[in-house]
Design a protein around this ligand. Structure first.
Ligand code: ZN
Length: 368
């Protein structure tokens, strides 16, 4: 069985507003041709790189239907969807901070969510070895009634709820390794004991006021949310240590039926929206460990939904490394920055600080 690769040309047509990087243009801020960092090129170039190396031919490359209104209504209230659709039809605009869209943005967002639904469905029904959805716009910051941080619909939650509509009682673990806190997914599942949400993120990057380790869920969901804030500068060894010491033990304790990864690449060392030092090999190793854990815990059922990652040059190499692990492929796209980024990794003093931080979290989460 192959790895399913869910993609659609139209997700690259989603367009944002008049921005200069993350700043709304105007006053002293000159408009910038590229606009927001969340532009199509990172993801389009990943799609292109896997074609150029031949990896695409080892995948089951396919598309999906857009999420239906019924799919969206499981997560989002009708009035939010109505406001989104009306503004999209009227030419686009913004319904929340840093989440602009153009005409037709509603339909593209529904298509992006549909790719995620199909990725998880293929994994759960045994039609794919595992699955990767090239979702755009991304989803992990979106709240039920408010878009946020480039995210217009909560793709991950929409996929999980579509799966649970077919299979009540399904237990899903979400691993969010995007450099930003998965605040939307956390909020949606705060009180739900059957969805474990784990977010590894740069401490107080975005949003600046969420993602604290002390936020662990509420009510019946208490303990089913793990925030792992990491200091700026965390690199390859720090990410792997956090995975080994916290993420894998938390997965093992939870015993999911499937794992959904909010797969962002903005923890990469050259990303403009993160201050971390991960490399393409870091993401390959995170993928490898996730796949191995899934083999032990849930029949290898892993679906990845693409989230952030804003280095147009480097995201394709990170994504290629992840997809090659998922497919068990020998086809590689050698990391052109490997030597440079190896030389920039934090020193032993930083490692000692990270390990002390992870020890504290192990105790706090009861994972020791
Ligand atoms: Zn991000």
């Amino acid at each position: 069985m192959k790895t399913a690769f869910l993609c659609d040309e139209r997700v690259f047509w989603h367009a944002g507003g008049n921005y200069a990087f993350t700043l709304p243009a105007g006053d002293l801020v000159q408009p910038m041709a590229g606009g927001l960092p969340e532009n199509p090129e990172t993801k389009r170039r990943l799609r292109n790189l896997i074609e150029v190396t031949g990896l695409l031919r080892e995948l089951d490359a396919t598309g999906a239907d857009p999420a239906t209104t019924e799919d969206l209504r499981r997560v989002h209230p009708a009035d939010y969807l109505a406001r989104f659709k009306a503004l999209s039809d009227a030419g686009g605009g913004e319904l929340g901070p840093r989440a602009p869209f153009g005409r037709g943005g509603y339909e593209i967002a529904a298509l992006s969510a549909g790719l995620g639904i199909e990725a998880l469905a293929r994994v759960l029904t045994g039609r794919a070895r595992n699955a990767y959805a090239l979702t755009r716009p991304p989803g992990h910051h979106c709240l039920p009634d408010r878009p946020n941080g480039f995210c217009l619909l909560a793709n991950g939650a929409i996929a999980i709820e579509a799966a649970r509509a077919h299979t009540p009682g399904l237990r899903v673990a979400v691993i969010d390794w995007d450099v930003h806190h998965g605040n939307g997914t956390e909020a949606i599942y705060a009180a739900d004991p059957d969805v474990l949400t784990i977010s590894l993120h740069q401490d107080r990057n975005y949003p600046t006021d969420t993602g604290h380790a002390s936020v662990r869920g509420e009510g019946a969901g208490l303990g089913a949310n793990l925030n792992i804030p990491l200091p700026p500068g965390t690199g390859h060894r720090g990410y792997l240590a956090a995975f080994e010491r916290l993420v894998i033990p938390a997965l093992t304790r939870f015993r999911p039926d499937a794992i959904l990864v909010a797969c962002g690449y903005d923890a990469a060392a050259v990303d403009p929206l993160g201050r971390m030092l991960a490399t393409a090999e870091t993401f390959a190793q995170l993928a490898r460990r996730t796949l191995d854990a899934a083999d032990h815990l849930c029949g290898g059922r892993v679906a990845m939904l693409h989230e952030g990652g804003y280095s147009e040059a480097y995201v394709p190499f990170c994504g290629h490394a992840v997809l090659a692990e998922m497919a068990g492929s020998a086809i590689a796209a050698p990391d052109p920055l490997a030597a440079t980024l190896a030389a920039r990794q934090p020193d032993a003093r930083f490692d000692a600080m990270i390990n002390a931080h992870l020890s504290d979290l192990e105790g706090f989460f009861g994972l020791r």
